[in-house]
Design a protein around this ligand. Structure first.
Ligand code: NAP
Length: 433
């Protein structure tokens, strides 16, 4: 018997689940993605100037090359196929579609022009077809990035990068042009808590001290000399080097470089100001009580023409899938009979790419434990029939390899690739191959 498995979403979590399951010869995996391009956040989330991180896709290529793994691209859950249909066709359906929505800021004015969530903004500079037309106006003086995680650092850094700094990157053409031409002078990174609570990683933090045309500044009195003595030792190990970098910014002053990145801690967003377009943000000064940010009542207005909320993601709602608190409702990856989830859809938007591997391995083990060697469902053959009836243009991993090769072939000197940023352009490459 064959255990027929559909994995929805070909990002890291999906590939790690496929890798774990495909080790068993009796398993047949269909890795289904709504884009012709696989790799999820490696392609559309990881910053374009972090190419080393993207090398992990070589591992995913090995998984895709297995006889019992098939990439089924350009097939959208909800549009082309539903959860109940997939459950009919496959013994196990594993949701691995991540978290494709921005958590709302929840303050008045967030619908104003010039306010974006990081999923959209990051998708735009990374050439995700959903956001090719976003066209944020970067003809601005000042931008605000909300949040103290790595996504906030990515967005702030990208806003002040030079063309020279990005020459080895795969930034989408239209984003690169807008960024290099942008006259933005000030980028504010707002944290509702303090420097010790920020979830920046050290590599990303160091980059903020090495900007070609930017200087990072802090309010010197916000940066303590030491971590609190009662901090958990494991946490302290990762926070200490970050604090050291922030300490090295003391004494830096705005205007010492063309562009200034301001780390503003203890600032809670209260209201987005302006008319139809954003003109500023009102923040409330906070203080920490039991590690939580409590408003002091003191308001500060920061003029800005662009706001990027980098405060986390939520998974999208799909008919037939129970949701709870922005993720798929699950117990250790189990959702219902034959229905599972992995990655950010399972546990929320946390951890590194590597975190998804053990997580997916655990869920894969549960699938095998629950379902044994399968129940004789039709799997891919049934899916192919249904998609053909619906005239869905399905793409394969070979098709992706053709797109990949074409992107590499047209790269500017030194750059790893020049991305196609619309689905029709990707499919045109496949047609020509
Ligand atoms: P994150 O690390 O969880 O940071 C989210 C930030 O948003 C926190 O500072 C949080 O503050 C703040 N926040 C949440 N709700 C808020 C609100 N209503 N108002 C103001 N601030 C609010 O998440 P992320 O930066 O989106 O990153 C997601 C995951 O991807 C993380 O695991 C991250 O490390 C990973 N990632 C890694 C890299 C890399 O390694 N290079 C790059 C990008 C992303 P509190 O702490 O006070 O809640």
């Amino acid at each position: 018997m064959t255990l027929q498995v559909a994995i929805i979403g070909a990002g890291p979590a999906g590939f790690y689940a496929a890798e774990a399951l495909a080790k068993e010869d009796f398993v047949q995996v269909d890795l289904i993605d709504r884009l012709p391009t696989p790799h999820g956040l490696i392609r559309s989330g990881v910053a374009p100037d972090h190419q080393t991180t993207k090398k992990v896709t070589k591992k995913y290529d090995q998984t895709a090359a297995r006889d019992n793994v098939r990439y089924v691209g350009n097939v959208a859950l909800g549009d082309h196929i539903s959860i109940p249909e997939l459950r009919e066709l496959y013994d196990a359906v594993i949701i691995a579609f991540g978290a494709e929505g921005d958590r709302p800021l929840g303050v008045p004015g967030e619908d104003k022009e010039g306010v974006y969530g990081s999923f959209a903004f990051v998708g735009w500079y990374n050439g995700h077809p959903d956001f090719t037309d976003l066209e944020p106006d970067l003809n601005i003086e000042s931008a605000v990035v909300i949040g103290n995680g790595n996504v906030a650092l990515d967005c702030a850094r990208l806003l002040v990068r030079t063309q020279n700094e990005m020459k080895l990157s795969d930034i989408a053409d239209q984003a690169g042009e807008a960024i290099y031409d942008s006259p933005v002078k000030d980028v504010y990174i707002l944290g509702r808590r303090g420097p010790v609570q920020a979830s920046f990683s050290i590599a990303e933090m160091r980059e903020m001290g090495e900007l070609e045309q930017g200087i990072s500044v802090v309010h010197d009195d916000q940066i303590p000399d030491e971590l609190p003595g009662d901090m958990d030792p494991k946490e302290a190990r990762s926070r200490k080097p970050v604090l050291e970098v922030l300490k090295s910014f003391k004494g830096n002053r705005s205007g010492q470089a063309d562009k200034t990145v301001h780390f503003e801690f203890y600032r809670r967003p209260v209201e987005i100001l302006g008319g139809d377009k954003v003109e500023g943000i009102r923040v409330e000064r906070t203080r920490l009580v039991d590690n939580r940010a409590i408003g002091t009542g003191e308001m500060i207005d920061i003029p800005c023409q662009l706001i990027i909320g980098c405060i986390g993601y939520v998974s999208r709602e799909v008919e037939g899938l129970p949701m709870k608190g922005g993720i798929v409702d699950n117990v250790e990856g189990r959702v219902d009979d034959g229905l599972y989830c992995v990655g950010w859809a399972k546990r929320g938007p946390t951890g590194t790419i590597g975190t998804n591997r053990p997580d997916a391995q655990d869920v894969a083990a549960r699938v095998l434990e629950d379902l044994g060697q399968g129940g004789g469902k039709s799997g891919g053959a049934g899916l192919d029939r249904l998609l053909a009836e619906r005239n869905v243009r399905v793409t394969t991993y070979d098709d992706w390899n053709a797109i990949d090769a074409a992107e590499i072939a047209r790269a500017k000197e030194g750059a790893p690739r020049r991305k196609f940023v619309t689905i029709p352009d990707m499919l045109a490459v496949v047609d020509e191959a």
